[in-house]
Design a protein around this ligand. Structure first.
Ligand code: FRU
Length: 486
């Protein structure tokens, strides 16, 4: 079937109904991408957490699966990851079946209510039928609580350097790294972050992976840490660190912390284990804890970002993390011929009609330093993006984007993104517009802003204003319809 309720994303993943938050257990096995997610099947607000489940061949069309993990006597099932235990290190596999192992946090609600602070522990479960049915390990919890109120979100991956499994765990204000040879017994080997990065809130949902710096043989490790609150534009956000990992310890000489996305709705994002061709694929939860429970949808709540490929590129001697829709996304984007050449004189504008009812990808090359773009509909709703390469600043304004008053925190002001290393020449702009989101990618994902919007009607036009002293000539403006995923 398909879903056409107001604001239902047409090409972003949503649960069929009820509440969803973080992506969990992103793993590829036997030609399928698995997406588990924080799920509460009884309501459209957060509650006792389960792991929902979906599978896909290409991360665009998803098949919904039954709930994978249910709360048990140890607590709710919070965020975590999944691995394929190819060498049967855990012993959960059989001669002909490879185990998929989920590693997650138990959140013991009774413990929390009783005023204790040691109610978050780590547990595991395994599946011998590709995630359809799960058995919890009888030795759970595998890691007890050493005295941290926030102690969660295990990301496990195979560590070639140490020839062991590595688990990243966050403990309030820092990251802990644990190693194991069998996924059951774990030993803490290092910590990171008490004196690094942003600390305006609790650290959540870590990830760590190697990437080649494009065009070189240099490999750097990237650490992702979500933080709530404390993001630059308010509430939840994801910072990253580029450094080195020797199998036990992560180090960085990066001085200022960086953010993967300066919009307000990309949180708790992590990457796939075992993705083919060494591709590093990232999916984030497209919301923000500041108002996630209040957004104006009825049957379900929240969506995921489009899957994005992460790459490292050196710009002006600084290595930066880019995030950009996967190549395979293009297969779901309909053909479109470029518009005829747009010529916009200084301080003039051009109104481009939009055809695809908030289900489109808009792309063009921006050749002048400064321009503003705004979407409008006949209800008077608008969303504006101002790119100023002279001031090195992008401003995103959703204050009049439609329904905004469901929460004071949704758009208390405009959002700003510094674009310190933006190149001077022509830059590529991509806008992904779906029924309740707008993702902005500048220069192939060098700078990104992801935002939810709830317009009262489809946007009918995109206006481009030339705020530069030279003429703006756009030869490649395209609006493509994006196929719906249902
Ligand atoms: C992040 C988070 C995680 C936690 C989960 C609970 O959004 O707070 O730290 O495991 O959500 O649903």
């Amino acid at each position: 079937g398909y879903y056409i309720e107001p604001y239902r994303p047409q090409y972003h993943f949503t649960p069929e109904e009820k509440w969803m938050n973080d992506p969990n257990g992103l793993v590829y096995k036997d030609s399928l991408y698995h997406l588990f997610y924080q799920y509460y099947p009884d309501s459209t607000v957060w509650g006792p957490m389960h792991w929902g489940h979906a599978v896909s061949k290409d991360m665009m069309k998803w098949e919904h699966k039954p709930i994978a993990l249910f709360p048990d006597e140890h607590g709710y099932i919070f965020s975590g990851s999944a691995v394929v235990d190819h060498n049967n290190t855990s012993g959960f596999g059989t001669e002909d079946k490879t185990a998929m192992v989920a590693i997650f946090t138990y959140h013991d609600m009774e413990g929390e209510r009783s005023g204790a602070t040691n109610y978050q522990t780590q547990g595991i479960a395994y599946s011998l039928d590709n995630g359809d049915s799960w058995t919890k390990y009888e030795g759970n919890p595998i890691i007890g609580n050493p005295g941290f109120k926030d102690f969660r979100d295990p990301k496990v991956f195979w560590n070639n350097e140490a020839e062991s499994w590595t688990m990243l765990l966050v403990a309030g204000d820092h990251l802990q790294i644990w190693n194991s040879t069998n996924l059951k017994e774990w030993e803490k080997v290092s910590e990171f972050g008490k004196d690094q990065g942003a600390h305006g809130g609790v650290w959540e949902c870590p990830d760590l992976f190697p990437l080649k710096v494009e065009g070189t043989d240099e490999v750097k490790w990237v650490l992702l840490i979500s933080i709530n609150r404390g993001a630059p534009n308010g509430g939840s956000g994801t910072q990253y660190f580029i450094g080195d990992f020797d199998g036990t310890t992560f180090t960085t000489d990066q001085v200022e912390h960086k953010w993967i996305d300066l919009g307000r709705d990309n949180y708790a994002g992590v990457t796939y284990n075992d993705a083919p061709n060494n591709e590093r694929v990232f999916i984030g939860w497209m919301s923000n804890w500041n108002y996630a429970l209040d957004t104006p949808t009825e049957k379900w709540r929240s969506a995921m970002t489009v899957p994005r490929e992460l790459t490292l590129r050196k710009i002006d001697d600084e290595v930066m993390l880019f995030n950009y829709p996967l190549q395979s996304f293009e297969r779901h984007v309909a053909m479109a011929y470029p518009e005829s050449v747009l010529e916009i004189l200084p301080s003039r504008k051009r109104i481009m009609p939009l055809k695809y009812g908030n289900q489109s990808k808009i792309q063009f090359t921006l050749s002048v330093p400064n321009a503003q773009m705004y979407f409008k509909n006949t209800n008077g709703d608008s969303v504006s993006i101002d790119i100023d390469r002279e001031k090195k600043l992008v401003t995103f304004d959703r204050r009049k984007s439609g329904k905004v008053s469901f929460s004071d925190e949704f758009s208390p002001g405009v959002q700003q993104m510094k674009i310190k290393n933006i190149p001077q020449g022509p830059i590529e702009i991509t806008l992904l517009l779906d029924h309740s989101s707008l993702e902005l990618f500048i220069n192939e994902g060098q700078y990104v802003m992801t935002n939810q919007i709830f317009p009262n009607d489809f946007f009918r036009a995109l206006t481009i204003v030339n705020n530069s002293e030279s003429e703006l000539i756009i030869e490649d403006f395209t609006e493509h319809k994006v196929e719906r995923m249902w």
